[in-house]
Design a protein around this ligand. Structure first.
Ligand SMILES: Nc1nc2c(c(=O)[nH]1)N[C@H]1C(S)=C(S)[C@@H](COP(=O)(O)O)O[C@H]1N2
Ligand SMILES: [Mo]
Length: 413
């Protein structure tokens, strides 16, 4: 499934048939549907039919481009399966991927020898590594801010931690040769701009050299020992754990070694940036007062129970989930059932490897019947804890790492 659109911009017959059956009606003007536009009537319908390989209970926030989040209880696995991996597209994914012709170029002002590698060369020339890496969209949690920030209204589910396999970015960059004046890398990818303008890239971000040269920064071709799902970057992507997932370029075709901060699409202006100082809700902030988001803040997720759980009085409730802290480790996770008045310790596991999320769990008793909320709060190795409610507002609605809350009702019988 590289695309549901044929080369002439019409829906492929197979996609049209699937949509027709989901809608329970013929799409009369199907031939007039502009390329990339999905009927709105499908937005809440069975996802598997329109995005093969994705779990049907994922939630579509946008279909042009695709932005799909995952309900927290579906993120219960230690290793996120491909069907439960969120989708954050800024443009239109490549329609056809030809593995034989796919190449990765290394260029830029600060490369010593420009290089081009086929997928075969990448796989045979360099040592292969696998890491579990947490990828969270910088805008995850945006829906919690007031005044609302424009953009996809993610709640909790724009995070994943899959097992990625590939080669180290540093091995490839060093094979091409890095000049002493290198400061940043920037990626270029095969997806196209929503406007259809071939000279525009939907997104082209990157990281400083120090992050690029970390052991865990990968050029990956496999997720959980299988091909990367089409919407998550097949056949090749960058995976930069712990940083805004926007730095993990999907459908990767080229990496530039830059002698300055990369200035690709969504690197500049206020994209993926926050004010350098705390601001009041709704405050206007001049562009020069923004800084690029680097390591993501400490955060946790309750994956069991699902919010709205019911339990009979006297029974204990097993709660569990994940916690992560950007480049740092999570030091502890606590939970509260009294809206943060008191906190109890959870059991916390070490990460499978650096930059992987960590599993926590606890067994909870409730004093009497009634409505409760379970709140989880993680603290990182620097001693910084998640804010209980909403952290400082920022104009673009990034980095909401407030405590995840689930509702629990204790019943009489
Ligand atoms: N080529 C390309 N890479 C991309 C994007 C994109 O639109 N195009 N989106 C980025 C953003 S903003 C995020 S949050 C992650 C999402 O990764 P996923 O869709 O595999 O979960 O991919 C990043 N890499
Ligand atoms: Mo993102």
């Amino acid at each position: 499934m590289s695309s549901i659109w044929n080369r002439r911009g019409f829906l492929k017959t197979s996609a049209l048939t699937a949509m027709t059956s989901v809608l329970g009606a013929n799409i009369v003007f199907a031939r007039k549907l502009p390329k990339g536009v999905i009927p709105v009537g499908l937005s809440k319908e069975n996802l598997e039919d329109i995005l093969p390989g994705k779990h049907p209970d994922l939630i579509i926030l946008n279909n042009k481009p695709w932005n799909v989040q995952v309900p927290p209880h579906l993120l219960d696995d230690v290793t996120t399966p491909g069907d439960k991996m969120f989708i954050r597209n800024n443009g239109i994914p490549p329609e056809e991927v030809n593995l034989e012709n796919w190449t990765l170029e290394i260029d830029g002002e600060s490369v010593i020898n420009k290089k081009s590698y086929s997928l075969k060369e990448l796989k045979s020339k360099f040592k292969q590594y696998s890491y579990h890496l947490t990828l969270e969209c910088g805008g995850n949690g945006r829906a919690g801010y007031n005044p609302p920030a424009s953009g996809n209204q993610w709640t909790e589910g724009a995070v994943s931690c899959g097992k990625w396999t590939g080669v180290r970015l540093k091995d490839v960059l060093e094979d091409a040769g890095i000049k002493a004046d290198a400061v940043y890398i920037g990626y270029h990818a095969a997806d196209s701009h929503l406007s259809g303008d071939e000279n525009k890239e939907p997104i082209s971000r990157g990281v400083p050299m120090a992050k690029a040269l970390e052991d865990e920064s990968l050029i990956a071709w496999a997720l959980n020992d299988s091909d990367i799902p089409p919407m998550n970057g097949y056949p090749l992507r960058l995976v930069i754990g712990g940083w805004p997932a926007s730095t993990s370029g999907k459908w990767l075709e080229r990496i530039s070694i830059r002698d300055k901060e990369h200035d690709g699409a969504k690197m500049t202006g206020t994209s993926y940036r926050v004010p350098k100082y705390p601001v009041a809700s709704g405050q206007k902030v001049p562009e020069e007062d923004f800084k690029i988001i680097e390591s993501m803040p400490v955060k946790s997720l309750i994956t069991q129970p699902k919010t709205g759980a019911m339990l009979a009085k006297g029974k204990t409730l097993k709660i569990r989930g994940h916690a992560w802290a950007g480049d740092l480790e999570v030091e502890n996770v606590v939970y509260s059932i009294d809206f943060g008045a008191t906190w109890q310790n959870c059991e916390l596991k070490a990460p499978v490897n650096r930059l992987a999320w960590q599993q926590w769990q606890a067994e909870v008793s409730f004093p009497q019947e009634g409505y409760y909320e379970v709140w989880a709060k993680a603290t990182d190795s620097n001693g910084t804890a998640q804010p209980m409610v909403i952290p400082g507002w920022n104009p673009k609605g990034y980095l909401n790492n407030s405590c995840h809350r689930v509702a629990v009702k204790i019943t009489d019988s």
